[in-house]
Design a protein around this ligand. Structure first.
Ligand SMILES: Cc1ncc(COP(=O)(O)O)c(C=O)c1O
Length: 433
């Protein structure tokens, strides 16, 4: 303000009007006068954002978000068109399941629409605690802690566990929420080549001076559908006294007995220090979690900033999540059908000659190369009545743009045949196969 006065006395402007609006106009003029005098030429914010958006559009990297006008289900209305959906994370078809809806409504009736606060103040309801108990029992863990989302879980948990005295060793293809969590800390970082255990071993050398070494990996890699070699990671961690952290967002409800996740799949229950997951995919709801020891969960309750500083989930969410876990436990057929559909669909695409990468799970990429091609294929598929999305840089490497397909246990064989036929038609038109 002192400097402003010397450039353009603010009262000269304020005499024209009064009130808040006039003050803003005055401030803008002061800034303009200041920059004219100093020669400063900062690009106005909206101009610079617009030109960035134009650049993304030119490079075919702009998100064009389609709108669902019906529940998330294999058949849905999207942008006014009835389509077959092959891009949701609704692995077990629970997002619109009557039992989950009933549970959400019952919880809302009993507890209301909101929780009232953050967990540590007045936002922990007995329903949140019940979910944590049901989840820990399901995952055969001592304890669990739930958060508003998987993103909030990764960002908050990683930050709470390491600082400048520590080292994070991370797979190069880890999910963005892990990358963001790592970036927030002051810990040193090393990245190992995707699933390359020799490289991980190398990155674990010369680490004696760190207080903690945290090895972090996706369980199922979200863009490729391949599975982390968790057993070898746990063994290496043991040798080097490192801590293990797995993000099982795409393994929950998918891998292991009754969908108990990657630790069950590899018989590693209780052997991974931080076992993180989310309710936003196979469980059809929203919310992240960590299962592990009681000490770890108590520590996270006291230290994770996204837990301490952000309102807790509305009661309908833990209500529906409890119903989802109970349903998955009582219906082993759900996970089996998911895998039957996965095998059938993958084979259909492979037989047509598509490049489906190294997927081992219901996530099947159709890799086409340039982002423009991926976009064109997605558009053709939509015209043919199949909703799939292009995945482009920065979510994947620039030359690895793809369509990411995800089948669910709710798809029928007829749905899958229809999707395979559409891929064949669109793929031939674009000379991809
Ligand atoms: C591997 C992985 N981790 C974490 C997340 C974040 O989970 P949420 O959607 O619950 O925030 C996602 C979701 O996209 C994911 O794919």
């Amino acid at each position: 303000m002192m400097r402003c006065k010397t450039l353009l006395p603010i009262r000269d402007v304020l005499v024209f009007s009064s009130g808040r609006k006039a003050f803003y106009i005055a401030r803008e003029e002061v800034h303009l006068a200041m920059s004219q005098q100093s020669g400063l030429q900062r690009e106005p914010l909206l101009d610079s954002l617009r030109s960035e958006l134009e650049g993304l559009d030119r490079d075919d990297l702009l998100w064009r978000i389609r709108t669902l006008q019906s529940p998330s289900a294999p058949r849905a209305k999207v942008d006014g068109k009835n389509v077959l959906v092959l891009c949701s994370n609704n692995y077990l078809g629970l997002a619109n399941h009557p039992k989950l809806k009933q549970a959400a409504i019952a919880a809302t009736r009993k507890y209301g629409a909101g929780s009232g606060s953050v967990r540590v103040i007045a936002g922990t309801m007995d329903l949140h605690l019940k979910l944590e108990k049901v989840l820990a029992d399901y995952r055969r863990a001592e304890a669990s802690i739930t958060f508003q989302s998987g993103y909030a879980t990764n960002a908050g948990t990683i930050f709470s566990l390491v600082d400048e005295r520590d080292l994070i060793v991370s797979d190069e293809l880890n999910h963005g929420s892990i990358i963001d969590g790592c970036r927030m800390t002051k810990a040193a970082r090393r990245v190992y080549k995707h699933k390359d255990m020799n490289d991980l071993e190398k990155q674990l050398q010369d680490t004696d001076h760190f207080r903690r070494v945290l090895i972090i990996t996706d369980g199922v890699f979200s863009m490729d559908g391949d599975i982390a070699p968790l057993k070898q990671i746990v063994d290496l961690a043991k040798e080097r006294q490192a801590i293990t952290y797995v993000d099982d967002a795409h393994g929950d409800g998918v891998l292991g007995e009754n969908g108990r996740g990657i630790t069950n799949h590899f018989h590693l229950e209780g052997k991974v220090d931080v076992d993180m997951g989310t309710f936003s995919k196979a469980f059809g709801c929203v919310g992240g979690y960590v299962v592990g020891s009681t000490v770890l969960c108590s520590y996270l309750q006291n230290k994770v900033r996204s837990y301490l500083l952000s309102g807790s989930q509305p009661p309908s969410v833990p209500g529906a999540c409890i119903a989802a876990i109970q349903l998955v436990q009582r219906s082993p057929g759900l996970v089996k059908k998911l895998w039957d559909n996965t095998r059938y669909f993958k084979k259909g695409l492979k037989d047509l000659g598509f490049d489906t990468g190294n997927s081992e799970t219901p996530i099947t990429p159709v890799i086409v190369g340039e982002s423009g091609k991926a976009r064109k294929l997605a558009d053709s598929m939509f015209k043919l009545g199949v909703f799939v999305l292009p995945i482009v840089y920065p979510m994947v490497a620039k030359d690895k743009a793809r369509i990411r397909t995800i089948v669910t246990s709710a798809h029928t064989k007829k749905d899958l045949d229809e999707a395979i036929d559409a891929f064949e038609k669109a793929g031939r038109e674009m000379a991809l196969i």
